[in-house]
Ligand binder design. Sequence first.
Ligand code: SF4
Length: 140
Amino acid sequence: MEIAVRVENKYGGDLRAGLVGPLAKIRQSLKHFPNIADPGADRILLFGGIAPIPAIPSNCPHVLVRIQRGRERENYGVTYREAQQAIESEVPATFDARTRAYLLLKHHGQNLFKRTKPKWPDCPVNAHCAFFGTNSHGRN
Ligand code: SF4
């Protein structure tokens, strides 16, 4: 209800038309909605076709960081930014490529990268994973 009222009152019922202008301003507008922080804003910017942001699934920022560094940071925001930097530097800044990267990370995080019942021995990228190489769970 709150979201609908905001879209109606602030954007005349057309949120898409209201999300124009500098990216920082659009991001701030999105973050005024309930439960939308940076990961949610990034996801909307990418999947809404507004900007090919290196969005990361909010519950999986550790996936890419563990693969590359072996361990994620204690701070969620730092881990999220490191995952974004990895996408930024290695995935072309196109909607298709970054959407695919987002969906692959999400799929990987939900299906292989489980904290309980890990499926690391079956992981197709374990030979390239720093976490698998240094964590005893990965050798079971
Ligand atoms: S080996 Fe384990 S930690 Fe590494 S990418 Fe695969 S599922 Fe993730």
